[in-house]
Design a protein around this ligand. Sequence first.
Ligand code: SAH
Length: 380
Amino acid sequence: MVGYGVPHESFRVVARELPEIAMGPPFFFYENVAQTPKGVWNKIKSALYEIEPEFIDSKFFCAAQRKRGYIHNLPLENRSPILPLPPLTIFEAVLETREWWPVWDKRQQLNCILTCQESAPVTDRIRSALETSNSNEPSEETKQYIMKQCKTWNMVWTGKNTVSPLEPDEIEFIMGYPCSHTRGHSRSERLKGLGNSFQVHTIAYQLSVLKNLYPRGINVLSLFSGIGGAEVALHRIGIPMKNVVCVEINPVCKKVIQGWWNNTDQKGNLVHVSDVREVTEEKLVSWISLFGGFDLVIGGSPCNNLAGGNRRTRDGLDGEHSSLFYEYVWILKAVRRLMGRKKMHLMWLEKRESEVGTRTNGKNEDLTLRVAVGYEQKLT
Ligand code: SAH
């Protein structure tokens, strides 16, 4: 799972053929879990211009696995990672654990960070299983039980015979967020937000190509923004954000993004929208007019009905939450259509101007014309 290449890996593709309809700005970037029920990625691909997904495991970027598929129309050449790269092993990422780590636990990296953690009884059971072992080394059966629990719940050794789940601060570090990014919210909310989030270094590597294209900054439509993985990544790459529309239903996530925005002294505008289903063509038109268009439409729609951990409602892309993917699709297509038309309309305006020497007065109610006129006003 190295996609078109990851830092330090020799396999690298720097060119691909995109269908013409998907080429060029506004750029887009879509993410979801790699391991889905059969046929899901084919459906996603066919809704997103038949572009092949790029599957990447974040274990090449940080100390935890995270297998994700990405569909985007970004250029591939000259990608660069955020430096310094974070540690790739548990020992380097969670320093205190080394002292207590038994030799028979061979893990070097963590499994995927989940949205919830084990309950205290598992830790207690592990401790008592180890304490009742007669020798220094527990039986094979005990070891197997412990390893299964540790791997499932990403537990690390924090004392004699003691394993503990990762702390939210440790997860933030592994996932590439600033220290205390989600602080001030309940542990379960923090874990939920972090478990759903982008691994910042992984997506920053893919988005890094935008830096040279937009030295003065970009306008972002961020759908399903969560705790702001996209925004944090763009910031860490060094791409200024001129205007960001964040669409996120969870009020805790919204507070996390707003807090981060304030703390990092962003100069741009941040607009919040609560529900992706509230985004209308009229709203898109007004944002496009106001900002002069979007440069990036980014988001990973909910994976609740796709992820392997969910046995009960793993009913695929048409499941209650995962079907929100189709909202991403229509919004992206509407933005590209409106902006494409905008470009055509600007050309038309220029032509008309040169022919008759007048400009349109902008009273036409047609959405396309309103976009073009708004954009034109912004330029003049
Ligand atoms: N990429 C994000 C997380 C995406 S997880 C990050 O880096 O943090 C999917 C997100 O979609 C969750 O945060 C969830 O709260 C949000 N969501 C679910 N239903 C939504 C809806 N109807 N409108 C907007 N956001 C929604």
